[in-house]
Design a protein around this ligand. Structure first.
Ligand code: HEM
Length: 182
């Protein structure tokens, strides 16, 4: 075989391997049952309950914690829930939608609806944990429909300590594929 062809084949194989490795999903994330652990203390779990899905999200921060679903690219067009525990211990929560690769705005400001129901929230020892329920099908164009057993691209992120707002950029963020089993 001519050297040129050999090199071409090697390059094609390499490109395939790189594409696979660069698929955008993080390695070493533990998904078991209805629970995802990105790192100790940075977790997500869910439970289907009637016409709702209940999520518990936790992250090692005193600022905001968030999950997002099904972006088209980067942060674009994902359906987000962002929440934090404020200085009086109250949960502040907002449903957002990805308006660009690195931007998002509240569903309400975009003409949609806020459908999330807070169940609990606490901030303790530098850790924030929020539980909330979302309708399986809110009818809002800025939300996703949740179907048991379906696989979603889930974005997880949290803000720096003290980021009691919906706008400070993340301290950490990741993207993974999760099958939302019942
Ligand atoms: C609160 C305000 C936010 C700001 C200002 C912001 C800003 C940005 C910026 C500048 C980038 C590109 C640089 C980088 O990779 O770090 C980015 C990427 C990213 N953000 Fe955000 N973000 C925000 C909220 C969120 C939220 C709530 C999530 C998920 C729940 C999220 C998930 C991601 C992911 C997964 C990426 C990487 C996308 C990719 O490279 O494919 N972000 N963000």
């Amino acid at each position: 075989m001519k050297t040129g062809i050999k090199i071409l084949i090697v390059l094609m194989v390499l490109q395939g391997a790189l594409l696979f490795a660069g698929g955008g999903q993080e390695e070493a994330v533990e998904v078991s049952g209805r629970h995802v652990e990105v790192e100790p203390g940075w977790e997500l779990s869910w439970e289907f309950q009637g016409e709702e899905i209940v999520f518990a999200m936790a992250a090692p921060t005193t600022g905001w914690v968030s999950i997002g679903f099904n972006p088209s690219r980067m942060m674009s067009e994902a359906a987000y829930v962002l929440a934090y525990v404020d200085s009086s211990g109250e949960v502040q929560i907002r449903e957002d939608y990805g308006t660009g690769n690195t931007t998002h705005a509240s569903d309400i400001s975009l003409g949609g609806t806020q459908d999330v129901r807070v169940l609990s929230g606490k901030q303790e020892d530098g850790q924030t944990e929020i539980t909330f329920a979302l309708p399986l099908d809110s009818g809002d164009q800025f939300d996703v429909v949740f179907t048991p057993g379906e696989t979603y691209v889930v974005l997880m992120a949290y803000g720096p300590d003290g980021s009691d707002n919906f706008t400070s950029r993340h301290r950490s963020r990741t993207s993974l594929e999760v099958q939302l089993i019942r």
